[in-house]
Design a binder for this molecule. Sequence first.
Ligand SMILES: [Zn+2]
Length: 597
Amino acid sequence: MASLSLYRKWRSQTFDELVGQEHVVQTLRNAIVEDRVAHAYLFTGPRGVGKTSVARLLAKAVNCLAADRVARPCGACAMCQEIAEGRAVDVIEMDAASNTSVEDARALISGVMTRPTRGRYRVYIIDEAHMLSTAAFNALLKTLEEPPEHAIFVLATTEVHKVPATILSRCQRFTFTRHGIASTAAHLRRVAASEGLMLEPGAAEAIARAATGSLRDALGVLEQLASFTSGHISVAQVQSLLGMTSAAEVAALIEALLEGDVAAALRAVNSVADQGADLRQFTRDLVERLRSLLLLLAAGDHALADIGDDEREMMAAWVQRADTGRLLHWVKLFSALDYQLRTTPYGQLPLELAVVEALVGQPALPAQPARRSEAAGARAPLSQAAAPVRRAATSLQAAAPVPATPPATPPTPPGEALSPIVAAAPPASPEPAPQAETAPAGSDPGQDLPMPFPTPSSAAPVARSPEAAAAANADFSLLELVEAHWEEIKRDVRPRSPTVQALLHSVRPIDVEGNTVVLLAASPFHKENLEKAQNRRIVEEVMQRHLGVTVALRCTIEARAESRDLRSQIREARKDDLVRAAMNIFEAHIVDIEPPE
Ligand SMILES: [Zn+2]
C-alpha cells in the first residue's frame, strides 16, 4: 500500500514526536524514568489513534541503550533501530484477530520464560487482544499472575468490554482518544512543510475532518493529494478527492436553518445538488457540524466539540443563536437521511423534505406562515409533494414524492402515478393528521390546500410518535433487504467458512434494531457459535457487502412476543401488497395505523 509510506516515514520514533495522547505518554515516561514499568498494559481506544505506535515506543524505551533515562527511547541506538525496523527478536507482535487458537497462545506463553536475547525486556504486543480465545486468555492469565521479571505485555484493543475482568484487573490501563481536528491538522501541516508541500489554509482541517480522528488515514489522504498535485494543495482539491462538499455550503444551510429561512435553506441544498456533489457526504458534513454545535451548546467545551481553527469563530457565533431542542431535532432528522439518499431515485428530494421538516415540523419554532407558503410555492420539487395517503387503516408518510424534474428513468409519469392511489384515498382531512407533525403535507401546483404545512400545535401522540414510526420503518426496510438477500448472503459466506454457512442454515433474520440484525437461532448451540467474534465478523462483512450498510449481528433463541405495538403493526402493514405499491410509488413509509372503525 503505497499510500501508507508517508505514515510509516512519519511514525513517531520518540515520545516527543508522538501526536496527541499526552496523558498516556506522560505516565509512561515517568514510569521509564523512575524504573517502575509495569508487566502488563492495556491500551484501549478506537482504530488509528496510536495504540501500537505507543506500544512500540514503550518496547524501545525499556530496551533503549541511551544512558539518560529521560531521553529513552532515543530512536538512534542499535536497539531502537532494530525495533523500529521490526527485526528485534525481543519484541513480539501478535495480531489476535488472526491468531486466536490455543496453539498460538501456547507458543506465545512458552516463549515467555526465555530471557531476552539482546535487550533488557521481552515485550509482547498483542493487538486486537479482545479476539483472543478463552483458552488463550486463560494461558495469558496464568502468565500475568506471576510474570517473569523480563516480560512486558501490552494488550491493545478497540473493544475493552470483551476482555475478561480477570485480565483487566492485572493490567495498567490507558485510554487512547481520537485525534482532534486541530491537532491532526497541525501534524499534517508539519509533515507537509517537511515534505515541501504547500497546504492552502483550511486544507489541513478538511483532511483532518474526513479522517475522523485517525492520523493514519489523514496522512494517507495527504500522500494521495501530493501524488497528483504539483505540491500546492488547495481546499477544493481535498474536497474533490474526498467527495466532500464545501464547508461554505454546509455553513449556508446551517445559517438558513438558524434563521428559520426555508427558502434560503432549500437554495443551499439546490446549490450543492447543482454542483453534482455527493449529497450523502454533504449531509454527513452537515450532521457533523450540527453535532459539534450541540456538544458545544450542551457542554460549552471547545475541545469536546472538536472544532478546527478555521471554524471556531463561526461556531461560536452560531451557538449564540441555537437551542438544544432544535439542534437535537435536526441532528436526528438529518442523520436518518443517509439510507434514503442512497436508495432514492429522486435526487435531492429527501434532503429538501428534511430541510422543510426541520423548519416547519417542529414545535419549538415560532410560526412563520408567510415565509412557509412562499417557500412552498417557490420550490418546484416540493410543490408536487403528495397529499397524505390513507388507505384502509394505514397512513403513509411520503418521504420522497414525485419530483418536478423527472428522474433519469421515471418509473411512471408523475401525474398519472399519483391519481389512482390518491383517488382511492379519502381527501386529506381538514384537521391535522397525526403524520402532519413531521411530514410536509404537500400541495398541488398552483392550488391552495387548506393546510399546506401543519401548524406546530398539532401535537403528536406520545406513545405512537412519528419518530417511533420512522424508526420502525427504517428497521423493517432493512429487515426486508436482509430477507431479500438472505440466500445470497448464505452463499457468499461459504467460501469464507463452510462452518459458518452451516450455522446460518439454522437461523433466520427476524428483526432489525437500528443497525443490528437480529437472527432467530434454532438452538443455544447455533446462537453461541454464530456469536463468536470471528464467525460473527464473517457474516457481518458479507451482509455489509450485500446491503451497502454497516450492520451488527445478534442472535436470539426465542421469537420474542412483540411488545412494541406500533412496530408490529407497521411490520404487518408493510406486507400488504397495496400498501407496498403505495410506498414504492411515493418512496413513502408508514407513519401510523388507525384502528378500523
Ligand atoms: Zn535508543
